[in-house]
Design a protein. Structure first.
Length: 57
């Protein structure tokens, strides 16, 4: 798999070519906006917190 990055007028575009073992391009994926935000929740958000124990008063 190869990737190239080009910058035009302040906008960046990332293209990823998916290539088989014979060198044929199977598909090209273009990413036109990179926000820097992850699409998967962080580890802290994925781990369920145990319920709080009620204190005896």
């Amino acid at each position: 798999m190869t990737g190239t990055t080009s910058r035009l007028d302040g906008a960046s575009e990332l293209s990823i070519e998916i290539i088989d073992d014979d060198g044929r391009v199977l598909d090209t994926v273009y990413v036109t906006e990179i926000t820097g935000r992850s699409t998967t929740p962080s580890r802290e958000h994925r781990i369920a917190r145990p319920p709080r124990q009620a204190r005896d008063s």
